[in-house]
Design a binder for this molecule. Structure first.
Ligand code: IPE
Ligand code: IPE
Ligand code: MG
Length: 234
């Protein structure tokens, strides 16, 4: 099987999934959060080392106060229910995004999850919360500029050097980006990191995204010819 170390998923379609069943949109977010556990386990068992999930974007603050408030409470529910199991399985939790702009209780739950799992060497379960890729790149550029002004960095920065300023520092590039629910756009996700990723858009909404659908995505990926600007492998 072609190596696939890093899978990123835009977990989309929770709201429509719930509404199609006459449920409030928040019911979709709840089902979606439980599905994070299911897919993390499946991904780890399929040999994926980094699973990076888009949970809440810098643009999602535009939603109703009720919906945003509900999503902000989900990490407490999710980690209370599953953290021990993740620790037992050796997963390492990384949270990407501007955490200090979250409600303090949400920020604490997320930071605790990172702290408690930081020595683990199994699956890297990366959850993007209040994450936007343009913002990430802007913050990286500011951080680099500050290092230059402080005499800690010079102007000979290359791509690998710049990556160290991103929230994904130390992670390999994304091999496969999946978006659920039939939408075919990137929505400000991992713009730098997906430079050479394979892209797959699946019709299933996130709560319907089963381990079998993940397997189908990896199967499709295994048939892609990744050329990275070179010539076709024959
Ligand atoms: C993805 O599902 C979860 C978040 C963006 C927080 P949506 O809530 O976007 O669901 P749809 O796309 O409206 O169905
Ligand atoms: C992208 O989904 C963000 C997450 C999945 C967290 P959205 O539903 O917010 O994206 P748009 O608005 O349809 O582009
Ligand atoms: Mg959506």
């Amino acid at each position: 099987m072609k190596e696939c170390r890093h899978v990123a998923i835009i977990m989309d379609g929770n709201g429509r999934w719930a509404q199609a069943q006459g449920l409030p949109r928040t019911a979709g977010h709840l089902a979606g959060s439980d599905n994070v556990r299911t897919i993390a386990i499946a991904a780890s068992e399929m040999g994926i080392q980094y699973l990076t999930l888009y949970a809440f974007s810098t643009e999602n603050w535009k939603r109703s106060k009720d919906e945003v408030g509900y999503i902000m409470k989900l990490p407490a529910y999710f980690f209370k229910k599953y953290m021990q199991e993740f620790l037992d399985r050796g997963y390492r939790m990384n949270i990407l995004g501007e955490l200090d702009a979250l409600p303090p209780a949400t920020e604490k739950v997320l930071k605790d999850a990172m702290e408690e799992s930081k020595k683990n060497t199994g699956l890297n379960l990366n959850i993007c919360m209040n994450y936007g890729s343009q913002r990430e790149i802007l913050l990286a550029a500011k951080h680099y500029a500050a290092d230059v002004l402080a005499g800690k960095a010079d102007l000979n920065l290359d791509e690998a050097g710049f990556e160290k300023y991103l929230m994904t520092a130390g992670f390999p590039p994304v091999d496969l980006l999946i978006r659920t629910s039939g939408e075919e756009r990137i929505s400000n996700y991992l713009l730098w990191q997906i430079a050479y990723a394979e892209l797959e858009f699946v019709p299933e909404s996130w709560p319907e995204f089963t381990p079998d659908v993940l397997k189908r995505c990896l199967e499709e990926y295994s048939h892609r010819d990744r050329r990275f600007g070179g010539v076709k492998n024959v």
